[in-house]
Design a binder for this molecule. Structure first.
Ligand SMILES: [Zn+2]
Length: 238
């Protein structure tokens, strides 16, 4: 076993990284399963908390390696980076979207998972830079309103991450459609972010189809608010 920068971290962190490798690798299989990705596009990441009492800037993230097909992904092939997007452990280069994920973790400490895809219907709305209007109760439940559009941004610097954070900070939505690009989703962990990626594609598809029939009817803001509050606080197993 070769030594890596991860050896400088304590046993608790190394154990948490090993668990995150398993989880993030398994969650990547959900993206092709739900028809959200083609070829090597798309990525899932999860935050690993380094010191629960310390600054979150020291946290790590586990993400997909760049340019590897979904069938080849294993827990061992996942890549570990710090929140400055430096490689901490891994045999391959991290996903080209790692800087965007790291920016989100740095500026949104409550976020534990990030997902990016180019899923067809959500990306079609992104290409039009049109928010998906909240016309379905499941949208009120999951997104608490419209699914917002983020700015146009080029890969290679902070601009994608900044666009995601600036758009989602003022929104209840865990999904943003980056203009001319596609959806980024966030969650308390990687699984929640994957769920949001599945749901954003589903509602983008349904609202698109509804539009072919005529103009979808809006839901009153007070009804959106009570649907959202009920779903987020009451629904499911607690
Ligand atoms: Zn992309």
């Amino acid at each position: 076993m070769t030594t890596t920068a991860l050896d400088a971290y304590g046993p608790d962190v190394r154990e948490a990284v090993a668990r995150a490798r398993e989880k993030v690798s398994a969650l990547h299989a959900e993206l092709p399963r739900w028809g959200l990705v083609v070829w090597t596009a798309g990525n899932v990441s999860q935050r690993v908390v380094v010191d629960p009492a310390g600054p979150s800037e020291r946290d790590l993230l586990v993400i997909k390696p760049s340019g590897v097909t979904y069938d080849e992904l294993t827990p061992e092939s996942m890549v570990v980076c710090d929140l400055q997007a430096n490689l901490v452990e891994g045999d391959r280069a991290p996903s080209s979207d790692t800087a965007a994920h790291a920016y989100v973790y740095t500026h949104m400490p409550h976020v534990g998972g990030v997902v990016h895809t180019h899923s067809t219907y959500a990306t079609a709305w992104a290409a039009r830079a049109e928010p998906v209007p909240c016309v379905l109760t499941m949208m009120a439940d999951e997104f608490g309103g419209d699914i917002p559009i983020g700015p146009f941004a080029l890969i290679g610097d902070d601009s994608i991450g900044r666009g995601i954070v600036e758009t989602l900070r003022g929104s209840r939505s865990p999904a943003v459609l980056m203009r001319n690009h596609g959806p980024f989703t966030i969650g308390k962990d990687a699984k929640a972010a994957v769920k949001a990626a599945v749901m954003v594609e589903e509602v983008a598809r349904t609202v698109h189809i509804s539009r072919q029939l005529g103009e979808p009817l809006p839901i009153a803001q007070s009804d959106i608010d009570s649907l959202y509050a009920r779903y987020q606080n009451v629904y499911g197993q607690h």
